[in-house]
Design a protein around this ligand. Structure first.
Ligand code: TYM
Length: 333
């Protein structure tokens, strides 16, 4: 089986973008692959973070992975910082990655502007740590939203450079492919259809979080941005909110795009919004119920992560060793 690796940062709540763009794809593909899903807590400290909530946020994300349908028969769930090989490989890769490759990353530029004077080296280096996450497991496929595509391309460039410089004709590190869905890869904000839905948007009204209670979902959809046009259609660049809300409805109702286009062609917002609200609440309910069950059983959750750590570390340490050998480290003692 081919190997899949992906991860989410434990910063705040997961929202529909994370779920529809990434986690849904993990769940749907999981029986075809040998999967590793990581809670990337080392990435979460690349911007100012709260030490008091990091551990709990990390467990929450792991519980949400399970609640969304990650099945331990096919998948391993673990915490990035529990496997020290991630930090070690990141250092090794740092030393062969040109600085300007990192300075050119779109997400770095966007986040660096927001941080002003306080940009840590970790924020710049973030994609190298992500490359380490992927390469340690020899992942073939990396299911992510559209915004992570550039980081996977960078990973491929690092692989080529490493193998070329140190591989002596062998493939030491394996090049991964992104796995990006046709629909949902870029879920947009509820308050501005030209911006992606994001954990870092200061307004909580801009996103639906997976754990939002029904009345909050209702309020958010009631207040979300629309337009004065009657008749709802996909793909009109002048109506980004319309396209986004129809896509959310399509994905959460499990219908085809054609069916939704036909159903909503004559609708106005007054009819569509309650429909979307009802669909979102119904879609999220089983996830929320399962989440509460799991989060109240810390012993179980911890045992999942302990097993995950062991399985992940066994593979990661092999790759780390191979990489150190290729780089010529003294490994005999
Ligand atoms: P993060 O935590 O920002 O987001 C987690 C996943 O959600 C996707 N995503 C979206 N998809 C569609 N629409 C949106 N509005 C939206 N917002 C977020 C992201 O593309 C991602 O797939 N660097 C990564 C985490 C990471 C990782 C890795 C991923 C670290 N190491 C190794 C894959 C493999 C990140 O910050 O994702």
């Amino acid at each position: 089986k081919q190997r899949v690796l992906s991860g989410v940062q434990p910063t705040g709540n997961l929202h529909l973008g994370n779920y529809l763009g990434a986690i849904r794809n993990w769940v749907e593909g999981q029986s075809q692959y040998d999967n590793f899903f990581c809670v990337v807590d080392l990435h979460a400290i690349t911007v100012p973070h709260n030490p008091k909530t990091l551990a709990a946020d990390t467990l929450n994300i792991a519980a949400l992975y399970l609640a969304c349908g990650i099945d331990l028969e096919h998948s391993t769930i673990f915490v990035q910082s529990h496997v020290s090989a991630h930090s070690e490989l990141a250092w090794l890769l740092n030393c062969i990655t040109p600085l300007n490759w990192l300075q050119d990353m779109i997400q770095f530029k966007e986040k660096a502007v927001k941080q002003g004077q306080n940009v840590g080296v970790g924020l710049l280096d973030y994609p190298v740590l992500m490359a380490a996450d992927i390469l340690l497991y020899n992942a073939d496929k990396v299911p992510v939203g559209e915004d992570q595509k550039q980081h996977i391309e960078l990973t491929r460039d690092i692989v080529d450079r490493f193998n070329h410089q140190f591989g002596q004709g062998q493939v030491v590190l394996k090049s991964p492919d992104p796995l990006i869905l046709a629909a949902g890869a870029r879920v947009m904000s509820l308050t501005d259809g030209t911006k992606k839905m994001s954990k870092s948007d200061p307004s909580d009204l801009s996103r639906i979080n997976l754990l939002d209670p029904p009345d909050l979902i209702q309020t958010k959809i009631k207040k979300c941005k629309t337009d004065p046009v009657k008749g709802l259609i996909f793909g009109d660049p002048a109506r980004p909110e319309c396209n986004n809300l129809l896509t959310l409805y399509q994905l959460m109702s499990g219908q085809t795009k054609e069916a939704v286009a036909a159903e909503c062609a004559e609708m106005g917002w007054g009819q569509f919004k309650p429909l979307l609200t009802e669909t979102a609440i119904a879609h999220l309910k089983p996830i929320q119920d399962k989440y509460h069950e799991i989060i109240n059983d810390q012993g179980y959750l911890e045992s999942v992560l302990r097993d995950g750590k062991e399985k992940a570390a066994a593979i990661a340490n092999q790759t780390l060793l191979k990489t150190k050998q290729a780089l010529g480290f003294s490994l005999s003692l």
